[in-house]
Design a protein around this ligand. Structure first.
Ligand code: UD1
Ligand code: CA
Length: 457
């Protein structure tokens, strides 16, 4: 469920070209800017999603060798083109056109660094161009701080005659707060001719896509300007804008969940990725992160400080200040505080995983108790067994991992050490501090170091 998946009917015959071959040097990061994830989704793919909600035809990602990995993360069917050197946005679109399918007569050009873009802004801009019958239309907004943006100059009719980049603007030009959003609807045939006529800026050597606006005006068809909101059209160039965009996306996602009946004590500290599904009547406390392919069942309570990734949590569970990764938790389970459920665990209905318990690739049947300070790795535990405080499976011999099988109704004493591989039979017991080196028969009681059978069986 993505908030951007709702909206007006999708348009056909328009391909979105999303520019994502730039470096993004203002982020001061080794990773190219458009790859930085916001709520788990790389920045440029938020734009792809917006285009997907607005348009029927697949989007075209314009990538550099450094951002090529984006394509594998994009929706199936997304087209790609490559720009080998970042020679500017005009050059980027030239490269994109080489991969544009024949038969596409209209394009929507968006920047991969505008993750807040709404599908409705895309549809409205296309409609604006169609209605005006001009070769190009663009989106603009009045910026509180226009620094870094291209400034849009209008004629008497409110059409754009020119875009002047910040670095080329005069002081007077910089005072103009009407800025170019970097979102354009363009007729393909015109674009191909107009782009081939652009020459590099004498200042930067880059080819500016924005020069198309002056060209359209010179041809007597100045571009209509669709005025949008700065919140949706803002570009992310630096870490400050990145943090602001993260917060805005978080708010959008949380608003949709709240509306459906998911409770949150403090939505400003609740981070839910767009891939997460949550039933109504779940309650989420502050400082919680839910990510990846995660689902949360009804009446479950996720308490403060929990982080859950790629996991399925059943109904009526309580998760307290715990870290759960790539695991499945059935109904009515309580976990934590401070438990670590590592990848590959399955926890049966009504089980209890207590404080400072660590589980890895472990399956607990129903009604198992792992109360305190335990480590179970590569272990299967049968129904209603009680794992005593500080029970540890020694599953690693320095070379290989070994499995432990604990039957149903087993009771391990405090501080039991189980040296895998071994099996403990149903209803067997260990005394406190037992070091178990051999299989324990069903119903037996073993004690000591190494553990010997003293009763039962
Ligand atoms: C651009 C616009 C500016 C506008 C702003 C809106 C130009 C010349 N300027 O400036 O008018 O106000 O966006 O946010 O277009 N990219 C490539 N290849 C390149 C260069 C850039 O793919 O060679 C991509 C980037 O990855 C980015 C987008 O194009 O996603 C915009 O590039 P960026 O360098 O951020 O342009 P701005 O300086 O913000
Ligand atoms: Ca930008």
């Amino acid at each position: 469920m993505t908030p951007s998946s709702t909206g007006p009917e999708r348009l056909s015959g328009v391909t979105a070209i999303i520019l994502a071959a730039g470096v993004g040097s203002r982020m001061h990061a080794a990773q190219p800017k458009v790859l930085h994830p916001l709520l788990g989704r790389p920045m440029a793919l938020w734009v792809v999603e917006a285009a997907r909600s607005a348009l029927n035809d697949p989007a075209l990602l314009l990538l550099s060798p450094a951002t090529a990995s984006l394509h594998a993360l994009a929706p199936v069917g997304t087209l790609r083109a490559e720009q080998l050197q970042p020679r500017g946005t005009g050059d980027a679109v030239r490269c994109a056109l080489l991969a544009l399918p024949a038969g596409v007569s209209e394009v929507l050009i968006a920047c991969g660094d505008t993750p807040l873009l709404e599908p409705s802004s895309i549809s409205a801009l296309i409609a604006t161009r169609r209605a005006a019958r001009t070769p190009i239309a663009l989106s603009a907004f009045h910026a509180d701080d226009p620094t870094g943006y291209g400034r849009v100059e209008l004629n008497n009719e409110g059409r754009a005659v020119r875009i002047v980049e910040e670095r080329d603007a005069t002081e007077e030009g910089r005072a103009n707060d009407l800025v170019n959003a970097g979102l354009y609807a363009v007729e393909r045939a015109w674009l191909e001719v107009a782009l081939s006529a652009l020459s590099p800026s004498t200042e930067s050597g880059e080819i500016y896509l924005t020069d198309l606006v002056a060209r359209a005006a010179e041809e007597g068809k100045p571009a209509p300007v669709l005025l949008g909101s700065g919140v949706d059209l803002e570009g992310v160039n630096d870490r400050r804008q990145f943090a602001d965009a993260s917060a805005a996306l978080r708010e959008r996602i949380n608003a949709a969940h709240l509306e459906r009946g998911v409770g949150m004590m403090d939505p400003t500290t609740t981070w839910i990725e767009p891939t997460v599904s949550i039933a109504a009547d779940v309650m989420i406390e502050p400082n919680v992160m839910l990510s990846g392919n995660t689902s949360i069942g009804a009446r479950t309570r996720i308490e403060a400080g929990s982080r859950i990734r790629e996991s399925e949590i059943g109904e009526g569970c309580t998760i307290r200040a715990s870290d759960i990764d790539s695991s499945r938790i059935a109904n009515g389970v309580d976990v934590g505080p401070f438990a670590h459920v590592r990848p590959g665990c399955t926890i049966g209905a009504g089980s209890h995983v207590g404080n400072f318990a660590e589980l890895k690739a472990t399956t607990l049947a129903a009604k198992v108790k792992v109360g305190h300070h335990s480590y179970l790795g590569d272990t299967i535990v049968g129904e209603a067994s009680n794992i005593g405080a500080g029970t540890i499976t020694a599953n690693y011999d320095g070379e290989k991992k070994h499995a432990t099988k604990i039957g149903a109704g087993v009771f391990t004493g405090v501080g039991t050490l189980i040296v895998a591989p071994l099996t403990m039979g149903d209803r067997s017991k260990t005394g406190a501090g037992a070091v178990v080196l051999k299989d324990v028969p069903a119903g037996a009681l073993v004690v000591g170091v190494p553990a010997r059978t003293v009763g039962g069986a």
